[in-house]
Design a protein around this ligand. Structure first.
Ligand code: NAP
Length: 336
């Protein structure tokens, strides 16, 4: 009998105490319903946004995950059983499944991409060709509408989405300020991601450094964080600057919304455009954004650093490390 191990969400986590909220279970594989596809998971993607779905808030961009259900997350693996003829056994696929050995997906409802099985490192489907990279491209190019020579700041800049945003901006000819926690991450921003300025928000005065080092102001801000860093950046925005609101990770540990921003006055004073964006709104338009990412990957101008943890049983450790800044780049879990 093949056993499927899976993580179940039993309670809304308090802060980053995931061990009290999620438990690992086993089950026999159930027969598939029509249109369902079973995936033998190879890697799971640890994504900050899923922390919001674990909470009780009902005013988010999607409803909270049901307690007592399997934890949902992005999965990369091969189809091992299929009742959807569009997804043959053996195909390499990526999509939203469960934190499990054998996630089950209904592609007609939630989508499932058949991806290139010939990449030297298949993890690139979670990396330079994955959803963090798509998000970065949309945010930098289409929301912030960055132009060559302009200055852009990126927060959580050494993480999966932020590291892609820095490189996308650099590749589009922008001048990049990366904001991240710690000297090692700042070195990574300067030496590998092409940031001209790296600010350690845990040690530096972000507002003072921006005022001193970008005196003409930032034309754009790719915001992954919200909170105090947003307040530090707003006074340094240039006239007619654009803020692409990608995420608000400073608030994900709380079940309450993030107050502010305190420097809301700058929206008027600088005539700013602040625009939130959400990747699934762009699904179906992948033809437009995969080619540039693939070109940059092939040209060596886009790279993702991976932080890999072996074992489905170790998901919670990897997940917490991603959220608390213990990793550089993309945190993934190797399954199977
Ligand atoms: P990630 O950046 O790989 O990891 C999260 C990073 O956030 C950590 O490495 C940590 O880096 C930083 N961080 C955590 N708490 C912080 C705080 N209080 N203040 C400042 N930095 C903090 O995670 P990710 O999955 O790529 O997600 C990054 C952001 O992108 C999230 O806000 C997520 O919701 C957003 N996102 C949005 C979309 C969309 O469609 N809008 C899609 C994908 C991701 P440090 O060491 O630098 O603190």
């Amino acid at each position: 009998m093949t056993v499927n191990r899976y993580w179940r969400l039993d309670a809304h986590p308090q802060g980053q105490d995931f061990a009290s909220a999620l438990t690992l279970h086993e089950e026999a594989l159930a027969p598939l319903a029509e249109r369902e596809v079973r995936v033998a998971a190879q890697w799971l993607s640890m994504d900050a946004g899923t922390r919001m779905w674990m909470g009780p808030r009902t005013d988010g961009y999607q409803p909270p995950l049901p307690l007592g259900g399997k934890m949902v997350g992005l999965v990369l693996g091969t189809v091992c059983e299929s009742r959807d003829p569009a997804y043959p056994v053996g195909a390499l696929v990526r999509g939203f499944g469960q934190w499990a050995d054998y996630p089950v997906v209904t592609p007609a409802l939630t989508g499932l991409d058949i991806v290139d099985g010939n990449l030297a490192d298949p993890r690139e489907h979670f990396g330079t060709l994955g959803m963090n990279a798509w998000t970065a491209l949309i945010g930098v190019r289409d929301v912030a509408r960055i132009q060559p020579g302009e200055w852009i700041a990126v927060s959580a800049a050494a993480g999966a989405t932020g590291s892609m945003a820095c490189q996308v901006a650099r590749n589009l000819g922008a001048r990049v300020v990366g904001i991240a926690g710690g000297p090692e991450k700042c070195r990574y921003l300067r030496q590998e991601l092409g940031a001209e300025i790296a600010i350690d928000y845990k040690a530096d005065d972000v507002a003072a450094r921006l005022a001193a080092e970008v005196p003409g102001g930032l034309n754009a801000y790719f915001d992954n964080v919200g909170g105090p860093i947003l307040d530090a950046v707003l006074p340094s925005m240039a006239l007619f600057g654009r803020v692409a609101v990608c995420g608000l990770i400073a608030a994900y540990d709380n079940d309450a919304p993030l107050p502010g921003p305190e420097r809301y006055d700058q929206v008027l004073m600088k005539r700013l455009r602040i625009e939130g964006f959400f990747l699934p709104d762009y699904f179906g338009k992948t033809d437009g954004f995969l080619p540039p990412l693939r070109n940059w990957l092939d040209e060596g101008r886009l790279a993702m650093r991976f932080d890999e943890t072996p074992g489905l049983e170790n998901v919670l450790t990897a997940y917490a490390r991603m959220l608390n800044g213990g990793a550089i780049g993309k945190v993934v879990v190797k399954v199977g």
